[in-house]
Design a protein around this ligand. Structure first.
Ligand SMILES: O=C(NC1CCCCC1)[C@H](C1CCCCC1)n1c(-c2ccc(-c3ccccc3)s2)nc2ccccc21
Length: 233
């Protein structure tokens, strides 16, 4: 049986990433707002654009704390953020969705999202992903590392120095693998399962522009930042 040990520098890396992730939490108020009232498709779309805009700003701050990220080529830094922002949004949404809430609130939240204005065809892949994240019961450190690993995906479009990104992603993957073995000793496949979620996340990325333009309303307005990130307008 392999004796898994987290080294001193891996402990330091974990602390930096986890602190950055906790410091840059999105207020969980989107779930509270959705539980308060059933909004119209227009109001929900506005809520999404507000939440998404602040989430991108939070993501940039988190990313700046990833050791080595700011030493990457500047265009590559932008390419990594642009390439991962939507996935980070769905990952964060999945975490918000999976939070255990008082009786019946999780069902109400699901119903509010189902009736938010998103077209029917995207519900199944989206909720399948949310449920597959939920059953993993990830701890904060795993969520933080998984977000950092998603951002540091070397094969995003327009990334020039992929090796430099791989060199930053590898220590995160190694640390996450050890963490999974230590946190979930009874689930030897847990690490592989987490990485499988990243593949599922990419398929949601594929749908995101159409999810937005097919939102059941006319005249979809986006902030300039979201036009950059969402490949819309
Ligand atoms: O506000 C939200 N998510 C915040 C984003 C930033 C980080 C915190 C969460 C939206 C709301 C959905 C209902 C209507 C209002 C907006 N949301 C979604 C999304 C469904 C589709 C989404 C999307 C993203 C990009 C492109 C195309 C589509 S996000 N899943 C949720 C699961 C649980 C709680 C909220 C959730």
């Amino acid at each position: 049986k392999e004796k898994v040990e987290i080294t001193k520098e891996q402990q330091a890396l974990m602390k930096v990433i986890a602190d950055a992730y906790n410091r840059h939490q999105i207020p969980q108020d989107v779930a509270k707002k959705l539980l308060q009232d059933q909004y119209s498709a227009e109001e929900n779309f506005l809520l999404l654009t507000e939440m998404a805009t602040s989430q991108v700003q939070v993501l940039v701050e988190f990313t700046k704390n990833i050791p080595g990220f700011l030493s990457l080529n500047h265009e590559d830094q932008i390419a990594l953020l642009k390439g991962s922002a939507v996935e980070a949004m769905f990952l964060r949404s999945a975490q918000v969705f999976s939070k255990k809430m008082p009786n019946g609130h999780n069902e109400v939240l699901e119903d509010r999202i189902r009736r938010s204005g998103i077209s029917e065809e995207f519900m199944t892949p989206m909720f399948n992903f949310y449920k597959s994240i939920g059953v993993l019961h990830m701890v904060q450190e795993e969520q933080a590392l998984l977000t950092a690993i998603t951002i540091l995906t070397p094969d995003r479009p327009y990334v020039k120095d992929q090796q430099a990104v791989e060199r930053l992603q590898e220590p995160m993957l190694d640390l996450l693998r050890k963490l999974c073995v230590l946190q979930h000793p009874q689930k030897p496949q847990y690490f592989a399962c987490l990485l499988g979620r990243l593949t599922e996340l990419r398929t949601l990325n594929y749908y995101h522009a159409e999810m937005l333009t097919s939102w059941r309303m006319n005249d979809h307005k986006f902030t300039p930042l979201l036009c950059e990130i969402w490949d819309v307008e």
